[in-house]
Design a binder for this molecule. Structure first.
Ligand code: GLY
Length: 608
């Protein structure tokens, strides 16, 4: 069964009697009239008003297939199951049916309509928190449907709670969500211990990352709204939001866990094989590059069709990042590491489920952006070769530094080392990997505001907190020392949460001193300005930076002060910020806690 048949069957199953859903058009990838959102990343986004109770013109039971972009896992793309651009099959109850209908229907669709083997299905249900009960109802329904006890697994909020912004604790105030029940397909490797999995020394289970299980869909019971820190409120209606990954379901029906071997990607993989003269499936390292190029070109084409152009901000920055990664991996694939161009993927309907405006426009945008970056990479390669030629010992740290400053991947470093006959040992690789993991975690948290679900909230409260948080970091460094860096940050309209390394919690005096330092700058009404600088120059200003700017060749440095040179705070940041600090009002640090080894978390609010 190919992807088109699966999509058609899904829509038909839910529009047919007795389910009687109405099909709705997918929302565009870039939502108009919604400045708080970068991309459509879930089918629920355009439906939020109706999940909250507004009457939908097509009724209370809807079905669709929604093209979506998710960037949270961009670094994971390269295995057989992570992609950035995907299609989500969705059925919706807007306060109509609930668990009793949803789970039997979706089970019937998966097993009868698609014919997926019942014995290979596992499901998960929500184990509950102090505020939300354990989902015994879903458990009972799955049992009645015939699932054995040991294939119904309870997980906590990290796994079985769904909202655009994470668990009940992480969720932005105003967001809606609820417990979910997920379905997994078991590709059936033997149960075993996974040395390298997230769940070290545990038996493999549905949420293990080893590749044995593939999540194919989740039924979210959207029932709650976050109304304040630690406060959930029940919605006036109980909703169902089912999301099924079309690419994943197609892989299951293709009998191969590799999504890149489904009809959605196979044609594009073939074009890449022809272009670069390699065979997909021959080597793990090259397969990774095949997948990254195939995924990123598909996503880039969809974005360009949606009116996005490469740039240094928001949508454009994401597109640029995707094209640049595609270039890097295209170079890895080509026989001599040269840049041979990026072949445009199959843009026919069904393979890329968005209206394609003009193939030649897509081609032009990708060619121009990729050509410029290919030249920049050549410069990176020269830099590396100079390092090697000078006789400097090539270490994991040097390789990582090149990665961070030039976007130069380890694969190209390895290749250069081999060509030049210099040593790059397993230890060096480990060193690189360690730095890379650190960076990945940091980049996940620092970019969470924008990438998690594609959200960027530019409300006045959030903007004030953005600037106040820059001042908080500067003040913490002043009071505690330069070891303070941002390890995590989360801003809502109510508060800013900030994580940084420090062995102990702050003393009362230190808290007071930090608060006073921030409030003094606010009282002085200091201007907040920015300069756009080439990255090298920006680094020289000593501005504090996260890693998420690694691919931008020009960056924005926001500073608090009349001049960049003697500013109170300097940070790489996309903004936005207040015009001057007086707009913030007074701040207060009202809570702090130790989170894990050597990290302290503080919460800051604005005094009304
Ligand atoms: N159905 C919720 C989601 O994963 O998008």
């Amino acid at each position: 069964m190919d992807s088109k048949e699966i999509r058609d069957k899904f829509i038909k199953y839910f529009t047919d009697s007795p389910r009687n859903h109405k099909e709705i058009d997918p929302a565009p990838l870039v939502l108009e009239n919604d400045p708080s959102t970068l991309f459509t990343s879930a089918g629920m986004q355009p439906l939020v008003p109706y999940l909250l109770g507004e009457v939908h013109p097509k009724g209370k039971k809807l079905v669709n297939s929604q093209p979506s972009i998710r960037l949270g896992d961009i670094e994971e793309v390269g295995d057989n199951r992570h992609i950035t651009f995907f299609e989500m099959l969705g059925n919706w109850s807007l306060g109509d049916y609930f668990k009793d209908e949803q789970l039997p229907w979706i089970y019937e669709f998966i097993t009868n309509e698609l014919g997926i083997e019942k014995g290979r299905l596992w499901v998960s249900v929500f184990e509950g928190t102090k505020d939300v009960p354990k989902d015994e109802e879903s458990y009972g329904i799955w049992k009645n449907l015939g699932l054995p006890d040991d294939k119904i697994i309870f997980y906590g909020a990290k796994k079985n709670w769904w909202s655009m912004t994470g668990t009940p604790e992480e969720m932005n105030v105003g967001h809606i969500g609820g417990p979910d029940s997920e379905m997994f397909y078991d590709f059936g490797e033997e149960l075993h211990l996974h040395e390298n999995s997230l769940y070290k020394n545990e038996m493999c289970h549905p949420n293990c990352d080893c590749g044995r299980f593939l999540e194919i869909g989740n039924s979210v019971f959207i029932q709650y709204k976050k109304v304040g820190e630690g406060k959930l409120e029940e919605l006036p209606q109980k909703n169902v939001d089912f999301g099924g990954g079309l690419e994943r379901i197609t892989a299951v029906l293709n009998g191969d866990p590799d999504m890149f071997r489904t009809d959605l990607f196979s044609h594009n993989i073939k074009i890449l094989e022809e272009k670069y003269g390699r065979k997909y499936g021959d080597s793990e390292m090259f397969d990774r590059s095949f997948r990254i190029v195939a995924d990123h070109l598909r996503a880039s084409s969809a974005l360009i069709s949606g009116g996005v152009y490469p740039g240094n901000k928001a949508h454009g920055y994401i597109l640029r990042r995707l094209i640049r990664r595609a270039v890097l991996h295209a170079k890895i694939l080509s026989p001599k590491g040269e840049y041979l161009g990026l072949p445009i993927p199959d843009l026919s309907e069904n393979k890329i489920p968005v209206p394609v405006k003009s193939v030649s426009e897509i081609e032009n945008v990708i060619n121009e952006e990729s050509g410029k970056f290919a030249k920049a990479i050549d410069r990176g390669m020269k830099k590396l070769e100079t390092i090697i030629d000078k006789g400097t010992v090539l270490t994991g740290n040097i390789a990582f530094d090149l990665y961070q400053t030039e976007g130069f991947p380890l694969e190209l470093t390895l290749e250069a080392a081999e060509r030049k006959g210099v040593k790059f040992s397993l230890e060096d690789k480990k060193q690189f990997q360690e730095e890379f993991e650190k960076h990945k975690n940091l980049s996940r948290t620092t970019s969470a505001g924008v990438f998690k679900g594609g959200l960027a909230d530019d409300s006045p409260e959030v903007i004030k907190f953005h600037t106040a948080t820059h001042l908080l970091l500067a003040s913490l460094r002043k009071v505690l020392g330069d070891h303070v860096i941002q390890k995590g940050q989360n801003i809502t309209k109510e508060r800013s949460r900030f994580d940084f390394p420090n062995n102990e919690k702050l003393t009362d005096e230190q808290v007071k001193e930090v608060e006073e330092t921030v409030n003094k700058v606010i009282a002085e009404n200091v201007p907040v300005k920015f300069e756009v600088l080439p990255k090298d120059e920006a680094l020289k200003t000593g501005a504090i930076h996260g890693f998420n700017e690694k691919y931008a060749d020009t960056v924005k440095v926001y500073y608090v002060g009349e001049n960049l040179d003697d500013a109170i705070s300097r940070e790489f940041c996309g903004g936005p910020h207040v015009g001057s600090t007086g707009e913030i009002g007074r701040v207060k640090i009202n809570k702090q806690e130790k989170i894990g080894s050597g990290l302290v978390r503080v919460y800051m609010t604005l005094e009304k």
